[in-house]
Design a protein around this ligand. Structure first.
Ligand code: NAD
Length: 287
């Protein structure tokens, strides 16, 4: 692990925030925003959205090159500063060190987006203990570590802030093909709700974002338990086709993250599949 400042400025990419930019800039310009899993997909778009709003952005991912690329793009998009950090979010000690390093050099983040996650498909009884552990280590423990190490420091600083955790529409929908993944996301939803109640008196908001199918590379790396490597490849290709067909862009999720952090929303459902859970989100306690 280690910090790496971004220096070069590649060509400007299409804007993420669009019409949402003016209000977001007012709110987030100069603020420190940390996003995990930001080398790719939803995390990358989220880092770029906050960059466009003029935030200082810390890009965290286990993929060092991808994180450095996002940090470079963040500078090009207008970030007031951008740094790449190579960290495995499932490693509690590494996350504690990340928080120490960040707070010593840049300060306590105003916004933390615990977004890193992995896909795992396969029926309950076909899923090995190792696979269960791996998906819970990243999708659940990664979020717990992020909330613990930064939540404590945000409370100590006493200036409020916001934590956004990426759950999923899968958190609400029992599925024969995604038991471990859905369990990890249901747990993220619940921990977010519990933490929201605990941090409200400190003016720290907590949001659980619940996307349905979003067109990102997650399908290419997802494991399919209980089947041969060849069959896994076939399934990966077919889910990737389905996600491409639905074509819901990660930029839209990124805009929802920025809006949620600005308006202090508890649970946010994005993508058409996730619409059904909007009603449920009304049950969520408000700060
Ligand atoms: P993605 O694969 O494009 O991005 C995930 C990023 O997380 C990658 O850059 C990866 O390197 C990083 N990562 C994975 N494990 C890590 C670890 N242990 N430590 C640090 N970084 C790690 O996928 P995405 O679709 O952008 O996923 C982002 C989040 O959104 C995940 O939590 C995912 O479960 C969730 N989500 C995605 C969808 C979807 O349809 N794409 C739907 C609902 C929820």
């Amino acid at each position: 692990a280690g910090g790496r400042g971004a220096t070069s400025r590649p060509g400007k990419e299409a804007a993420v925030l669009g019409k949402a930019l003016p209000g977001a800039r007012e709110r987030f310009a100069g603020q420190l925003v940390l996003v995990t899993g930001a080398a790719s997909g939803i995390g990358r778009s989220t880092a770029l959205a906050f960059a466009e709003a003029g935030a200082r952005v810390i890009v965290v991912d286990r993929d060092a090159e991808g994180a450095a690329r996002t940090a470079e793009s963040a500078l090009a998009a207008g970030a007031a500063g951008a740094w790449a950090e190579t960290v495995d979010v499932s490693d509690g000690e590494a996350m504690e060190k990340l928080a120490d390093r960040t707070c010593a050099t840049q300060g306590v983040p105003d916004v933390v987006v615990n977004n890193a996650g992995i896909g795992l498909a396969g029926r309950f009884l076909d899923t090995s203990v190792e696979d269960w552990k791996q998906v819970l280590d990243v999708n659940l423990w990664g979020v717990i570590h992020g909330c613990r190490v930064f939540g404590r420091r945000m409370v100590e600083r006493g200036q409020g802030g916001h934590i956004v955790n990426t759950a999923s529409a899968a958190a609400f929908q029992p599925s024969k093909s995604l038991p471990a993944y859905s369990t990890s996301k249901a747990a993220v939803l619940m921990l977010s709700e519990c933490l929201r109640a605990e941090l409200a008196p400190h003016h720290i908001g907590v949001t659980a974002i619940c996307p349905g199918l979003v067109n990102t590379p997650i399908t290419a790396s997802a494991r399919h338990a209980g089947v041969s490597e060849e069959e896994q490849e076939r399934r990966r290709a077919s889910t990737a086709r389905l996600y491409r067909l639905r074509n819901y862009p990660p930029e839209k999720v990124a805009r929802a993250v920025v809006r949620a952090a600005r308006q202090d929303t508890a649970v946010v459902a994005v993508t058409p599949e996730a619409r059904g859970i909007r009603l449920l989100s009304r049950l969520s306690p408000r700060a």
